[in-house]
Design a protein. Structure first.
Length: 456
């Protein structure tokens, strides 16, 4: 375990190294300098998983991948305090200290290795009423107290988790959200926001705490965004992005893929526009019928989902932005990450859910510890029965292996965390099974074409 003194030295060392990198303009010299940092990181990290990732990233830089451009943009354009805080919270705490703490926790708890991050929804308050919202049926007045969030984060850190995703509702409606960010300044927070509450003062507060990376929801351009989120919302999102860019705060976009906008969101025109606005990362989430007024006609077709796999690979190879896909990145993360395998969700009522999109639970942080919830039969059942197909393009226990989610619910006495959450597991079960079968045929072809031949 790294002592506080060693952590302090590492923060200073890496801050200095990354500061030097930010000044280097020659690509060849930049790659050599990064290689030196990667060499140091390999010797500090003890877990093979992260060493493999470090070497993979280094390989991209060696090949002149667009990731090189993104990294230079981050180093040169980020508020220095923001950059130092990210180094301390993410690189030192999450990847180094956290990895060692999670390993030690595993050795003391029968081999259970804690997840690398979790999602928390502090409040379900929101000023929008988007159709198809995944959280649309939660109680709008639900909100966690400061003390409950504080305790949950402290328990997570005891297990070695220093990466927290903040969702909702709209997180910025929580009256003490910045008190949380400040109190846990050793944690990196990735906040999903609709962007409407981001003004000059909000940006100043983000710059001061330094440990928040927002991702702003967008549905496409003005027409698509305003159709789902309300007239004038696109303009507010654009203003928010401008303010974040001017404040030199790292931020990205979050987009929900539907049958109507999938091609647009994967277009060069849209991605180039997000890069131009200042986004350094982008998240794709496929609409699934689990929120307000579930509707399979909004869900991307199996053919669209298959095309997304190929399209995203091309975008990653050509665009200077980090792109991630929650549903289609199974090959990147080794399959489904729910059930505490790599993450879990604490909703605004305190229920500990297997996934942001799995609205059922057996434990609540108001009556149980995180450790008890993660070791509960419900979560262990999901982890033990996660999709075992060789094809990691079919990872999800909701829409690819729906029987896993159903069995876990009904065998372990789980309760649904809001009215209507049962629809996808009961009323829509037949349709979801049909979707899984149809997409499975497409995904098997893609796996055979792109992954089996690569030694997977």
């Amino acid at each position: 375990m790294l002592s506080r003194f060693k952590q302090f030295l590492l923060v200073g060392l890496l801050s200095g190294l990354f500061g030097i990198l930010s000044l280097i303009r020659n690509d060849s010299l930049f790659r050599r300098a990064y290689s030196a940092i990667a060499w140091l990181a390999e010797r500090l990290v003890r877990k093979d998983y992260y060493i493999e990732k470090i070497r993979w990233i280094k390989g991209l830089f060696d090949e002149g991948h667009p990731s090189l451009q993104v990294t230079k943009k981050i180093l040169r354009g980020t508020n220095p305090h923001h950059r130092r805080t990210i180094i301390r919270a993410f690189i030192i705490n999450q990847l180094l200290v956290g990895t060692n703490k999670r390993k030690a926790f595993s050795e003391q708890n029968d081999g259970f290795y804690p997840p690398g991050f979790f999602v928390i929804s502090p409040s379900m308050k929101c000023n929008l009423n988007c159709y198809g919202c995944y959280a649309g049926y939660y109680r709008k007045n639900a909100e966690l107290r400061f003390e409950e969030i504080d305790r949950t984060l402290s328990e997570a850190k005891e297990m070695g988790i220093y990466f927290c995703v903040v969702s909702g509702g709209e997180p910025l409606f929580h009256p003490r959200i910045f008190d949380i960010f400040e109190r846990h300044n050793d944690v990196i927070f990735h906040m999903y926001t609709n962007g409407s509450l981001i003004d000059e003062e909000t940006c100043r507060r983000m710059a001061r705490v330094g440990n928040v990376i927002p991702a702003i929801s967008v549905e496409g351009f003005e027409k698509e965004t305003d159709e789902r989120r309300g007239k004038g919302h696109f303009a507010r999102v654009m203003k928010a992005m401008d303010l974040l860019r001017e404040a030199r705060i790292l931020f990205g976009f979050s987009a929900t893929l539907t049958r109507q906008n999938t091609e647009l969101l994967n277009s060069d025109r849209f991605v180039d526009f997000m890069i131009e606005k200042g986004c350094v990362l982008g998240w794709y989430f496929m609409y699934v019928p689990i929120g307000r007024e579930p509707n399979l006609d909004i869900m991307p077709t199996p053919e669209q989902r298959g095309a997304q796999v190929e399209r995203l690979a091309r975008l990653r190879a050509t665009k200077p932005i980090f792109l991630a896909d929650f549903w289609n990145d199974g090959p990147v993360v080794g399959g489904c990450i729910s059930g505490g395998r790599k993450y879990f969700h604490v909703n605004a009522m305190g229920d500990v859910e297997p996934c942001v999109f799995c609205h059922f639970a057996t434990h609540n942080i108001r009556t149980s510890s995180l450790k008890e919830a993660l070791r509960a039969p419900l979560f262990e059942s999901i982890r033990c029965n996660l999709p075992v197909y060789e094809n990691l393009l079919r990872p999800c226990v909701i829409i690819d292996r729906p029987e896993v989610g159903r069995n876990a619910i009904f065998e372990h006495g789980a309760y649904f965390t809001h009215d209507g959450a049962e629809i996808i597991y009961e009323g829509l079960a037949h349709e979801i099974d049909g979707y899984a079968k149809a997409y499975g045929k497409i995904a098997d072809g893609l796996w055979e074409k792109y992954f089996r031949g690569n030694g997977r």
